[in-house]
Design a protein around this ligand. Structure first.
Ligand SMILES: [Zn+2]
Length: 66
C-alpha cells in the first residue's frame, strides 16, 4: 500500500452537531506550527482532521497531546 500525505478513510464516529454517530471522512495532516519570531522553530504537528459526511462539520484535533 502506498503512503501519501493525506490518509483518508471513512469512519463512523459521534458528531457533536448531528448528535448521533455519523460517517466521517478522517484524514491526518501535518500542520506547520511556530514560524513567528526570530527563533522560528518549525514543528510539523500531525492533526487528525475529520469531516462529518452528514452535516459537513469539520474538526481538527492535534494528535500529540503530551
Ligand atoms: Zn454531523
Amino acid at each position: 500500500m502506498a503512503t501519501t500525505d493525506g490518509v483518508s478513510n471513512g469512519m463512523t464516529e459521534p458528531c457533536e452537531v448531528c448528535g448521533i454517530d455519523t460517517l466521517h471522512e478522517v484524514s491526518v495532516q501535518l500542520v506547520t506550527e511556530g514560524g513567528e519570531g526570530e527563533n522560528a522553530r518549525y514543528s510539523r504537528e500531525p492533526y487528525r482532521v475529520r469531516e462529518c459526511q452528514r452535516c459537513g462539520n469539520r474538526e481538527s484535533k492535534r494528535m500529540n497531546n503530551a
